[in-house]
Design a binder for this molecule. Structure first.
Ligand code: 4NP
Length: 180
């Protein structure tokens, strides 16, 4: 049986993967914003965060300049992120996999082993109980990026608060250790 008990001096962390299509517009913003919310609450030790795309077209690229500029306007630097495609190991490495739209959810479910399906969610549904998508801003104007930013900020605030309240800052996960 898998032992989830943290060793001495080591804290188990909740691993969350944010997923969109290209990993250059929405999911880099989600990773950056969620990281900022976690940091504001002093909970960096409790999370492992990453983002990825269901597609590989932009692998190795920095986020879209419009995402970088939008984040910067709100005081965040996401320019150091690099896009990557979702890989099979992600389905065992991450506790919670949050997709931006339903096409992302579908692509993830198609690739994930059955036992990982319950970890794949539509982000706004999981965070806010609103079964809505975060629309792809790639072909739109700058307004779309600002709207995406605000929606992700609202969802991240709600989700971090809920996870922190549910499990406490020592172990924030769906599989809390019974030894704490
Ligand atoms: P993202 O946006 O999925 O939020 O990163 C897109 C980025 C690139 C493309 C589509 C969506 N593309 O077609 O290249």
């Amino acid at each position: 049986m898998k032992d989830n008990t943290p060793r001495a001096g080591e804290q188990a962390r909740t691993a969350i993967l944010f997923v969109c299509l290209g990993n250059i517009c929405r999911s880099p913003l989600a990773e950056g914003i969620f990281r900022a919310v976690v940091s504001e609450r002093g909970l960096e030790h409790a999370f492992h965060l990453d983002s990825a795309g269901t597609g590989a077209w932009h692998a190795g690229s920095p986020p879209d300049p419009r995402s970088v500029a939008t984040a910067r306007r709100f005081g965040l630097d996401i320019s150091g992120q690099r896009a990557r495609q979702v890989e099979p190991e992600d389905f065992s490495r991450f506790d919670i996999i949050l997709a931006m739209d339903r096409a992302n959810v579908g692509a993830l479910r198609q690739r994930a082993p059955k036992e990982a399906h319950e970890r794949i969610h539509l982000f706004l549904d999981y965070a806010l109980g609103r079964p809505e998508e975060i629309p792809d801003p790639y072909y739109g104007g700058d307004d779309g990026f600002a709207a995406v930013y605000r929606t992700i900020r609202e969802a991240s605030d709600a989700l971090v608060a809920r996870l922190a309240e549910r499990d406490g800052s020592a172990r924030i996960s769906g599989q809390a250790s019974s030894t704490i």
